[in-house]
Write a protein that binds this ligand. Structure first.
Ligand SMILES: [Zn+2]
Ligand SMILES: [Zn+2]
Length: 409
């Protein structure tokens, strides 16, 4: 029979352990482990050849790695000490010399039913960890991935990120959404940035992230916002939706109400968050690609004298208008220069403040509000300034509402 011939040929390469022998036929029979199958094949070979049975010497393929499965399981458990996890998966980095040895026999004998060493190692160490530690091996949603690095003889642990969905309000101007590297040193640290490497001391990301890093004993916290406001704009009203990615958390369970309280306490009124629920990696993509409307409240200064009727008529022509905006001068250095069309969904005068006008504007995502008012030297058309025939500029800007994607179109 063909299997007996294959076994004889495999044994002729050198001493081989039952695991490696059985694995060459790994996909042929179920209900047997590789070493059980290997031992049975070895015994059958001895009976067939009428030679005495003897256990094999050191394996030329794996160096008897499977005798150390329990030891590797202990090392996984040791490496995960202090990390909270419910499920895990084992991965194995197999040294090229082992993989090549296997592959030589696969191709010499044209074997198509062999299992690679990597998958037996993953499964056997996985079973041992589950048995010893009472955790669940879960290939779909593992809290941690433990990589057995056979060449370096060590275990590497990767911890799956956590995601939290919430909304933030930015109540102070001058805070960027995410951290900016110092323009002079690109983050290395220099005299200009007081060796912080940062252009601004704080960001919304860091104000929310610092307590999160502490509470989850995490490696980092990355803010994924549904769009962003300018540094000098406040984000008020119902707040901007975001997903916070908690990177490499050693703690996975937390009361979000408590986390929210800690963030708001630490941010001391500069930023305020509502943490609504746990989220997923998938939602990061959704939230970043969402293009909902935004509502702003702005304070506008208009040069020269104008009548209330003139202002009202300019406002009326902007209501519902399609605005052509060439990339604003102030962002032209980092965005492609082109003309975009965005709609003004709504605009109205809501008050006055020492000679200046307070407007509320609802615009499509991507509408540049400062340029809608100033005209940006003719690059935005129509504009409030153009319609009035006078210079007009935004003195301060607040975002009062960002449409969340749940209610999105
Ligand atoms: Zn072996
Ligand atoms: Zn610097």
């Amino acid at each position: 029979m063909v299997i007996a011939e294959d076994v004889e040929k495999i044994l002729s390469y050198g001493e081989i352990c039952d695991h490696c022998l059985g694995r060459f036929f790994g996909k042929l029979s179920h209900g047997l482990s590789n070493d059980e199958r290997g031992k049975a094949l070895r015994i059958a070979h001895c009976l067939h050849e009428n030679i005495p049975y003897a256990p094999p010497g050191p394996c030329w393929i794996c160096g008897d790695i499977f005798s150390r499965v329990g030891e590797w399981a202990d090392r996984v458990i040791e490496a995960t000490e202090g990390i909270e996890y419910g499920s895990f998966i084992i991965g194995t980095r197999v040294p090229p010399v082992i993989a090549e040895s296997e592959e030589i026999i696969w191709s010499d004998l044209s074997l198509s039913h062999a299992e690679p060493l990597k998958s037996e190692m993953n499964r056997e160490v996985g079973k041992a960890v589950a048995r010893k530690w009472g955790k669940v091996a879960d290939p779909k949603q593992p809290d941690i991935v433990a990589i057995l690095n056979l060449a370096e003889d060590c275990v590497e642990i990767q911890i799956r990120s956590l995601f939290i969905y919430g909304r933030y309000r930015k109540l102070e101007r001058g805070i960027p959404q995410t951290h900016w590297f110092c323009r002079a040193c690109q983050g290395k640290g220099c005299e200009k940035c007081n060796y912080t490497g940062k252009q601004y001391q704080d960001s919304v990301e860091e104000l929310i992230g610092r307590p999160i890093i502490r509470l989850f004993s995490a490696g980092n916290a990355i803010l994924h916002g549904s769009g962003r406001e300018d540094i000098d704009a406040r984000m008020v009203g119902t707040g901007r939706p975001f997903v916070m990615e908690v990177v490499a958390p050693r703690i996975r369970t937390a009361d979000l109400a408590l986390v929210q309280h800690e963030i708001n306490q630490a941010a001391a009124g500069r930023v305020e968050v509502t943490l609504e629920r746990w989220s997923t990696h998938k939602e990061v993509e959704i939230i970043k690609s969402t293009k909902g409307y935004k509502k702003y409240r702005i304070l506008v200064e208009i040069d020269g004298l104008y009548s209330p009727d003139e202002l009202q008529s300019a406002i009326q022509s902007l209501k519902g208008a399609k605005v052509n905006q060439r990339t604003p001068i102030r962002v032209a250095h980092r965005r492609a220069d082109r003309v975009r069309e965005r709609r003004v969904l709504d605009i109205s005068v809501v008050g006055k403040d020492s000679g200046r006008v307070i407007l509320e504007i609802t615009g499509e995502a991507g509408l540049y509000i400062k340029e809608l008012v100033s005209g940006d030297q003719g690059r935005t058309e129509p504009s409030l300034s153009g319609l009035l025939g006078r210079s007009a500029r935004v003195c301060s800007l607040d975002v009062v509402e960002v449409q969340g994607y749940e209610e999105g179109e």
